[in-house]
Design a protein around this ligand. Structure first.
Ligand code: ATP
Ligand code: MG
Length: 556
């Protein structure tokens, strides 16, 4: 086995290899990705998507996209649509149409009737508070419900009346009759159905009882002939219940396997909490480029490959850990470095006048589109007497190791010429308004004929031929590495997570920039046109990521 293949093996593929050897599933591999449509998907879900669809691909198996739509109070069509878009965007194809748990409500009801007939389920009149209070704790056994020993016929009668809408919300539940003293709290007569007079986005008002997750999920897997039901570690304690239901029903029985969920520092990863950020207006919407949602990452400029590579690189384990968000950012840099066309963009422009350059002349210099990829070719870049450079690239009174422009210093303008700063012009407040330089005509292309070296290379744009754009720079949405450590995560929001630069100057070729292309602005990072707010008259670019991990340098 070659090294790369070895690296792709993990404890789940080991289980599958073993199953294929013993013929447990007839060499079939069928996984599923089962989101509840109660929010947009986040990078944690991407991990699960890559894992489930990746395994299906690796073994020539199948993976279903299945909506676990069992709670009409929280679910919406908008979420269903966004989830379909996100999975497609990541580049995965599911087997057949998207599936819905709600399509199985009838079957689930019949299975519940079967459990009642077996004496394994009963209708209980306790309220949800009473059920909780009687459930006990890890050290205290639960108390049996006074309704636990109802006859089968009474249970059947009551359950069909529950379905027929004869009771109010919360008046009754259907519970599994297992063991209220069980060491695993999930096994203490868990609720299977609750009454909810709520309209469902697919089944409308057909149902007023809805199945609970543990009851529904195993049945969904069973009905779809899933072989390996992969979920996150918090469901490990639910596996005995998953198994109990399917064993009682003597139904087709997939194997549940748990892995550690993805956690990222500086990041909130829960749909419920992300929804709060949206609802309270702390971010634009679910696809705000600062959100860890797949749609947010997409709008920010992340590529599907960078997310898939990240997911592969962090691997699959049984141990919960927190991954450094810098790893995700680096995965994007690695991917874009290979494919992003280079352009010039000056974020904080200051004017430079090249005093010995002819007035009104424009020349077009060769500029490489991507030094990592010769096939990307070259383009022509306008150069003229007046150009813009970045404010940060000039200091009037620099410290010793400042290699960019300062009075008397020579630097290279990338692809253009060497220039020397001769003079600075200031306004009445002492603010620099212009920098006057001279250029050396014998350094065309940014190389000197006499082999003279300069330390600094600056990016620039021609003032005659450039366009204006808004640029949005993003910082982390939260200030501390664990935003939930000190009370409410809202208090940890970074007030500087977004900075807007209104008057950046970009090379003219970007006036026809493609909305699909992610560009490297030389020396400043990777940028993409904002898919929501940008227009022809008001060009807006998002910075996906800077060129280097500035945080790593700060923390050094
Ligand atoms: P959240 O807690 O963010 O609301 P969830 O687990 O409730 O997430 P589901 O819609 O139930 O969301 O998740 C669909 C699938 O994605 C599940 O199989 C779940 O285990 C997986 N998943 C969710 N969060 C993560 C994560 N952080 N890392 C890996 N897998 C995840
Ligand atoms: Mg959930």
């Amino acid at each position: 086995m070659d090294l790369k293949k070895e690296a792709q093996e993990n404890f789940i593929t080991k289980i599958i290899n073993e199953d294929n050897n013993t013929g447990k599933w007839g060499k079939r591999v069928h996984t599923r990705f089962p989101p509840e449509p109660n929010g947009y998907l986040h990078i944690g879900h991407a991990k699960s998507i890559c894992l489930n669809f990746g395994i299906a691909k690796k073994y020539n198996g199948k993976c279903n996209l299945r909506f676990d739509d069992t709670n009409p109070l929280k679910e919406e069509v908008e979420y269903v649509e966004s989830i379909i878009d996100d999975v497609k965007w990541l580049g995965f194809k599911w087997d057949g149409k998207p599936l819905y748990a709600s399509d199985y409500f009838d079957k689930m009801f019949d299975y519940a009737v079967e459990l009642i007939k077996q004496g394994n389920a009963y209708v209980c009149d306790l309220s949800s508070d009473e059920v909780r209070n009687q459930r006990g704790t890890l050290t205290k056994p639960g108390i049996e419900s006074p309704f636990r020993n109802r006859s089968v016929s009474e249970n059947l009668e009551l359950f069909s009346r529950m379905r027929a809408g004869k009771f109010q919300d919360g008046e009754k539940t259907l519970r599994a009759k297992i063991d209220v003293q069980h060491s695993n709290l999930n096994m203490r007569d868990p609720v299977m159905y609750r009454i909810l007079h709520a309209e469902h986005h697919r089944t409308g008002n057909t149902w007023c009882i809805y199945p609970m997750y543990d009851w529904a999920h195993g049945l969904e897997d069973s009905i779809e002939n899933i072989t390996h039901s992969i979920c996150t570690l918090e469901f490990e304690d639910h596996r005995p219940l998953y198994d109990w239901y399917l064993n009682c029903l003597n139904a087709y029985h997939p194997q549940q396997i748990e892995f550690a969920r993805l956690n990222l520092n500086y990041t909130i990863m829960s749909k419920r909490k992300l929804k709060r950020l949206v609802d309270e207006g702390h971010v634009d919407d679910w696809s705000d480029p600062r959100m860890p949602t797949i749609s947010g990452l997409r709008r920010r400029g992340y590529t599907p490959e960078s997310i898939k590579n990240f997911s592969d690189a962090i691997g699959v384990t049984k141990r919960d850990a927190i991954v450094d968000v810098a790893k995700l950012e680096n995965s994007l840099r690695e991917d874009l470095n290979k494919k992003a066309p280079r352009v010039m963009g000056v974020l904080e422009p200051i004017k430079v006048i090249i005093t010995n350059y002819p007035d009104n002349e424009i020349e077009y210099l060769d500029a490489k589109n991507n030094p990592e990829d010769e096939s990307a070719g070259k383009r022509k870049l306008a150069f003229s007497k007046e150009i813009f450079i970045d404010k940060n690239d000039f200091m009037e009174d620099p410290p010793k190791k400042f290699f960019r422009l300062s009075p008397g210093k020579e630097v290279r303008l990338k692809f253009a010429y060497y220039i020397v700063c001769e003079n600075v012009i200031k306004d009445g407040n002492g603010e620099i308004t212009e920098i006057h330089c001279s250029y050396d005509p014998n350094t065309k292309g940014g190389m000197s004929e006499d082999g003279r070296k300069v330390r600094g290379t600056l990016h620039w744009v021609s003032a005659q031929e450039c366009i204006k754009a808004e640029v949005r720079l993003y910082d982390r949405l939260f200030m501390s590495d664990n935003p939930e450590n000190n009370g409410d995560f809202i208090d940890d929001l970074n007030p500087e997570s977004l900075s807007v630069i209104k008057k950046a100057k970009l090379e003219a070729s970007l006036s026809t920039a493609s909305t699909k292309t992610i560009y490297q602005f030389e020396r400043t990072g990777y940028f993409i046109i904002d898919s929501k707010d940008s227009s022809v008259d008001n060009l807006i670019f998002n910075r996906a990521v800077s060129l280097r991990d500035s945080w790593a340098r700060l923390n050094r």
